[in-house]
Write a protein that binds this ligand. Structure first.
Ligand SMILES: Nc1nc2c(ncn2[C@@H]2O[C@H](COP(=O)(O)OP(=O)(O)OP(=O)(O)O)[C@@H](O)[C@H]2O)c(=O)[nH]1
Ligand SMILES: [Mg+2]
Length: 236
């Protein structure tokens, strides 16, 4: 696992193994974890993860610890926002309890009426959507200031521009930080790569592969209504 040692300027990256006893007690090390490192060799830049600090939050799909913020990204066209799928993504994101931002990309492919219509519709749902276009470089400063100094996981269907957005917001160094491959909960032998990528404006962003049906695993009949901001604001 790659661990960034912070403190004064740019962090040094160490390649670390996990101490056997942590594996034995099944203490999992996730991307985003803050860890205690020992046996450091500063020359070869190697070390050993001795312990894992308590997490402020945990996202399971993809597995990332200490996530401050979720970015739910859809696009205005190619693909068009589909209310059912959008609702599922929002319910899934709300169910984590982590603050979220909803953004719609590819605005340059539609006229302003289409943007206005979705803007009012989403405001009725209780959101303040950010409209952007990676292609036309529009709305990126707004997103970059929202993402600043936070660890954000980007979710959304395939093709909406998640990876494209991350690429434009990334620092010039293009180094990958915290890359860990791990077994997915979905298939025994599927290896998925999750990385925290440093943003040029500060903060980290984790990409996820687009999928169209969030599992809603943590949502129950009782908690469902709390995942709709419009319900919360009306039932007082
Ligand atoms: N017209 C237009 N195309 C865009 C924009 N942003 C991204 N794209 C294009 O949309 C396509 C999909 O973009 P990706 O960034 O790969 O989408 P993704 O969300 O990462 O997709 P998955 O990895 O499959 O989940 C690419 O061809 C991009 O060039 C935009 O603002 N406008
Ligand atoms: Mg992608």
């Amino acid at each position: 696992m790659r661990v960034v040692v912070q403190g004064g300027g740019t962090g040094v990256e160490l390649l670390c193994v996990v101490r056997a006893v942590l594996k034995k007690i099944k203490r999992r090390v996730m991307v985003g974890d803050r860890v205690l490192i020992g046996s450091i060799d500063w020359v070869d830049r190697r070390g050993m993860i001795e312990n894992v600090f308590r997490r402020s939050s945990e996202v399971l799909d993809p597995p990332v610890a200490n996530v401050d913020h979720l970015l739910v990204l859809f696009s205005m066209e190619q693909p068009k926002p589909e209310p059912f799928s959008l609702t599922r993504f929002l319910v899934e994101a709300e169910s984590t309890g982590i603050p979220l931002t909803l953004a719609l990309n590819k605005t340059e492919l539609v006229d302003s009426q289409a943007v206005d219509a979705w803007n009012s519709r989403l405001r009725e749902w209780g959101y303040e959507p950010v409209f952007c276009s990676v292609g036309a470089k529009h709305g990126l400063d707004t997103l970059s200031s929202i993402l600043k100094d936070q660890t954000t996981v980007v979710v959304g269907p395939s093709g909406v521009g998640k990876s494209s957005l991350i690429n434009v917001l990334r620092s010039n160094t293009h180094e990958r930080v915290g890359e860990v491959s791990m077994r997915s909960g979905r298939g025994k032998h599927t290896t998925r790569h999750v990385s925290l990528l440093p943003l040029s404006g500060g903060g980290y962003l984790a990409d996820t592969p687009g999928f169209n049906q969030p599992s809603l695993m943590k949502v129950t009949k009782q908690s469902l209504q709390q995942t709709f901001p419009e319900v919360g604001s009306k039932v007082k």
